[in-house]
Design a protein around this ligand. Structure first.
Ligand SMILES: Nc1nc2c(c(=O)[nH]1)N[C@H]1C(S)=C(S)[C@@H](COP(=O)(O)O)O[C@H]1N2
Ligand SMILES: [Mo]
Length: 323
C-alpha cells in the first residue's frame, strides 16, 4: 500500500529537505522568541539580584532559577528540531508496551473521537455523543481457547461497557464523559491531509533507542484542518489529550508540541502499514519526547485547557518527558 519501498531516494531526500526547510524557519522563529525571553530574563534577574535586601532571601531567587529552567526547557528542547537520518539507516522497529492495545481492533470499526473543535456543529462529522462510538475487537485467541462455548464472534465495545481503568495507573481523570459532543472522523479524513515521511531516533526511557522510518500526516496540518475552539477571551486551549479506544492508555500534550513540524500522526512504520502492536491504525510520533508520550492506537483527541491526565505521570514519570 505504501510507495516508500519503491520511492527513489532523491524523492525521499527532497521530502526531508522540505521538512528541514520548514523547520529551519520554525527554529529561527524560536530563536527570536528565545532572544526576547533572554531579554525578559535579564530584566527579571536584575530585579532578583538588585532588589533591596535580596541577599537575605534565597527562596525567590531559587524560584527564579526554576522559572528560567522551565523557560529554557520549553524554548530550546521542545521547539528545537530532532535530527533526521537517511532511510537506509532505519531499523526494524521493536515492540514495547501494549497497554490499551492488547486485543486486536477491527480496522473498519475505528473512528477518531475529536473533541473541542471550532464550529464543530457545522461539520458533517458532528455527533452529539462521541463516546457512543462502538469499537470492535477480535477476541484474544488464548482467552477464547479457555472458553468452553465457542466465542469467535467479534467483541463490541461501547465506552463504559467494558471495565476500564484496570491497568496499573487506573482510570484516566480526563476520560470523556458520556454525552460529550464532537466529531467522529474516519481514516479517509486523516489520509486526505498531505502525507509526510520522517526518519528520526525513537528513545524509550528504559534505555534503548532506534532509528525509525515513519509515515503519516503532520499533526500541525491536522490541527489546521480541525482547529481548536477559542476560549471566551479569544485565546487557544493549552493542551491536547489522547487516549486509546478502550481508555486504558492516555497521554497529555502541550498544544505547541502537537504543532511541532516533526510531530506526526503515524500510519506507517518501516515502509509498511502500522501493525496492531505498533498502534494501528493511528499512533503519534513526537521526536522531541520519550517513547511513553508516543501513544499507540489513538481513539480520542481532545483539546483542553486543563492539564490532561497522563498514564506514566501517574506512576512517577515526568509529564513533559522531553529528551
Ligand atoms: N497504547 C499504548 N501506547 C504506548 C505504550 C503502551 O503501552 N500502550 N507504550 C509506550 C512506550 S513506553 C513506548 S517505548 C512506545 C513503544 O512503541 P513501539 O512498540 O512501536 O516500539 O510506545 C508507547 N506508546
Ligand atoms: Mo518506553
Amino acid at each position: 500500500m505504501t510507495d516508500l519501498a519503491n520511492k527513489p531516494l532523491d524523492e525521499i531526500e527532497a521530502n526531508n529537505s522540505e521538512v528541514l526547510a520548514k523547520s529551519r524557519r520554525y527554529t529561527r522563529r524560536s530563536l527570536t522568541v528565545a532572544a526576547l525571553a533572554a531579554a525578559a530574563g535579564y530584566g527579571f534577574c536584575r530585579w532578583v539580584f538588585y532588589s533591596p535586601g535580596e541577599g537575605d532571601q534565597p527562596i525567590p531567587r531559587r524560584r527564579a532559577f526554576q522559572a528560567n529552567a522551565k523557560l529554557s526547557q520549553m524554548i530550546f528542547n521542545e521547539r528545537a528540531l530532532a535530527p533526521t537520518y537517511a532511510v537506509n539507516e532505519a531499523e526494524e522497529p521493536r515492540t514495547n508496551g501494549v497497554i490499551g492495545i492488547k486485543q486486536d481492533l477491527v480496522a473498519d470499526s475505528w473512528r477518531l473521537q475529536l473533541v473541542g473543535v471550532e464550529n464543530e456543529r457545522s461539520s458533517p462529522r458532528f455527533v452529539p455523543d462521541v463516546t457512543a462510538c462502538e469499537y470492535a475487537y477480535t477476541p484474544d485467541p488464548e482467552a477464547e481457547a479457555k472458553q468452553t462455548s465457542g466465542g469467535s464472534e467479534i467483541l463490541r465495545e461501547r465506552a463504559g461497557k467494558f471495565n476500564r481503568g484496570l491497568e496499573e495507573a487506573g482510570l484516566s481523570k480526563s476520560t470523556l464523559a458520556a454525552g460529550t459532543p464532537g466529531l467522529l472522523l474516519t481514516m479517509d479524513d486523516i489520509l486526505k491531509l498531505p502525507r509526510h515521511e520522517l526518519v528520526t531516533q525513537f528513545k524509550c526511557i528504559e534505555g534503548w533507542s532506534q532509528i525509525i522510518h515513519w509515515g503519516g500526516v503532520r499533526m500541525a496540518d491536522f490541527i489546521d484542518a480541525y482547529p481548536p475552539a477559542r476560549k471566551a477571551d479569544g485565546s487557544l486551549p493549552r493542551y491536547v489529550y489522547m487516549e486509546t479506544p478502550n481508555g486504558d492508555y492516555y497521554v497529555g500534550y502541550d498544544l505547541h508540541v502537537c504543532r511541532h513540524p516533526q510531530t506526526l500522526l503515524v500510519t506507517e512504520m518501516a515502509g509498511k502499514p502500522l501493525t496492531q502492536r505498533h498502534g494501528a491504525p493511528l499512533r503519534l510520533h513526537a521526536p522531541t519526547k520519550y517513547g511513553y508520550k508516543q501513544i499507540k492506537r489513538i481513539g480520542v483527541i481532545a483539546y483542553s485547557d486543563l492539564k490532561p491526565d497522563d498514564y506514566w505521570t501517574k506512576l512517577g514519570y515526568d509529564w513533559y518527558a522531553g529528551l
